[in-house]
Ligand binder design. Sequence first.
Ligand code: IPM
Ligand code: MN
Length: 368
Amino acid sequence: MDFKVGVISGDGIGPEIVREAKKVLDRVGEAFGHSFAYDEILMGGVSIDATGEPLTDGAIAQAKAADAVLMGSIGGNTSTSPWYKLPANLRPEAGLLKLRKSLNLFANLRPAYLYGELREACPLRDDIIGDGFDMMIMRELTGGLYFGERVTEERDGVMTAVDTLSYNEHEIRRIAKRGFDIARKRRKKVTSVDKANVLDSSRLWRKVVEEVAKGYPEVALEHMLVDNCAMQLVKDPGQFDVILTENMFGDILSDEASMVTGSIGMLSSASLNDTKFGLYEPSGGSAPDIAGKGIANPIATILSAAMMLRYSFDLDREADAVEEAVRQVLKEGYRTADIMPQGEDKAQVTQVGTEKMGDLVAQRISPA
Ligand code: IPM
Ligand code: MN
């Protein structure tokens, strides 16, 4: 089949890691008889430099015209880059938020999985890691504090800033259904994370999630307060299957979950709406400190491309082949700098750069 992929290379390490993911997609095309046509879309700092805006209407139209969008990363160093002297609505991140909202990408899936080969890179004690862990963070992505009304103004002579956290029942129901749908295909457990002991929005969240759960009797539901969840993620990560949560909590918890897997350079993500369309990007940032050095880990982007094959194109065999190729390369002992073991274990593995890692994965893709 022929697919049209919008590509947002973006800033920092974005172009380097996206290049490797395209290499892998092209190899999938060859091996399985598909073709991927790429349409480059400007977003983030590169778009600011070229057009004065982080995301133009033309760029949104390009994304809408694609079957799915593959993204690298956007943004620069927030203390030194001139992009961060601009008003907030013209900074690189504003482009990403606008894209999420314009395409109605309300469901953000962030898998956090510990590869057996990368136990050494996991900062947790061996007895805490146990048999490892494999969780899916389902983060609501178009509501809550990110998109509520905000204002900074003087009130009675005092500078005051207000951000609004609001959710309606429809927004909660549609993300909850996605969470339960995914849990049904996994280990059948949903942990819904909120702050219902304090927030009204969380109390409504809990009520609607409970209603949705009634439609999924085979899935176990538990509620957890977000502060406790932050603790449980490092105390006993193996307890989690699907974590279902609102935008801001999901932002914070997914970074924490990624760290316990050893490297943010390994984690993919998908942002979906209610069609087959999706935006696929690594969970990590633009890492301006290592940009252009050829050492960034392209695996998260490659695995994001695999999610695109699975969720937007219904190419499950092809997605399996990519994930298997990544596992194989790790098994053979190849590592980028971020996942190199420390000390004497170093001798057992081979350090490679971004491009070589992409080559190794691409070479191992074959129809099963
Ligand atoms: C993420 C990022 C974004 C977010 C930023 C860049 C706006 O941290 O995708 O997690 O907070 O959603
Ligand atoms: Mn984040």
